[in-house]
Write a protein that binds this ligand. Structure first.
Ligand code: SF4
Length: 260
């Protein structure tokens, strides 16, 4: 049964985090990433709407009081900025829990002023940037039609200019990048100047269909549904890229620890 709250989960990036899912039972996103832990995205769209009313979130949140957590994270069954009530829900959750709020976003809707206003309510936003060129975007993130790489970059720059909170860039590597791709990425993050860069690689097989437990941390054990293996880079490749990047730029670079 669907509930808009999940976890708490332990995140290598943010500590103990309670997840909030404003998207609902049908996975919904403007991307259909090759590595998505939700399985193949069921509803691919850029259209915003209210999926889960804010009152439903507020009611469910009471079960987790007194919220002994580091942060509250808006993520879940798809792209949280597609939820038209995102700003309202963030404000309500902050007021009730008095905890910092993070939004994990794929950065595809940042050209929309309403989306930027909603994200302004959050303390921290972690923005996906997996593709230093349009070809990688098409192959890794598989965006809905009409969504271009340049449009996403424009939104990232626009958001970065005005957002008063902390901005992180999260990047998933499925294969080692070429030198040209690394250089292009370095230039992009230097322009964006996030507070932190977070590098990762898939460590778990991808569910074939949507499973609600895709919202949180999977255990490393068997899962009772069909999955398929994903491409990933070794810990050494991830670490070497992080080291090269860190030597070249003044922005802190972190990479995911090995799973246990
Ligand atoms: S942006 Fe996130 S939710 Fe959307 S397809 Fe990619 S990994 Fe899945």
């Amino acid at each position: 049964m669907f509930t808009p709250i999940y976890g708490p989960v332990t995140s290598w990036r943010y500590g103990t985090s309670l997840g909030i899912d404003l998207i609902g039972e049908v996975s919904t996103c403007s991307f259909d990433c090759a590595y998505c832990q939700l399985g193949e995205i069921e509803r691919k769209t850029q259209q915003r709407q209210i999926f889960v009313p804010t009152s439903t979130v507020i009611d469910a949140l009471q079960d987790y009081a007194p919220w002994d957590l580091d942060v509250i994270t808006f993520s879940g069954s798809g792209e949280p900025t597609l939820a038209e009530n995102l700003g309202e829900a963030i404000a309500a959750v902050k007021e009730i829990t008095q905890k910092p709020v993070i939004v994990l976003s794929n950065a595809t809707l940042l050209n929309n002023a309403d989306v930027r206003a909603a994200l302004n309510q959050a303390d921290r936003v972690s923005l996906k940037l997996d593709a230093p060129n349009p070809d990688l975007l098409r192959r890794i993130n598989r965006p809905v039609s009409g969504l271009s790489w340049q449009q996403i970059l424009d939104g990232l720059h626009r958001f970065r200019r005005d957002y008063p909170g902390i901005v992180d860039i999260q990047t998933m590597l499925l294969t080692p990048w070429t030198a040209a791709e690394e250089t292009a990425y370095q230039e992009l993050v230097e322009q964006l100047q996030p507070q932190e860069i977070q590098l990762n690689t898939p460590t778990r097989p991808k569910p074939i269909g949507h499973q609600l437990d895709g919202r949180g941390n999977h255990s490393s054990g068997d899962r009772p549904y069909a999955v398929r293996q994903l491409k990933s880079v070794s810990r050494e490749v991830l670490q070497d890229f992080a080291t090269r990047l860190q030597a070249a730029i003044a922005i802190p670079v972190r990479y995911a620890p090995a799973p246990h």
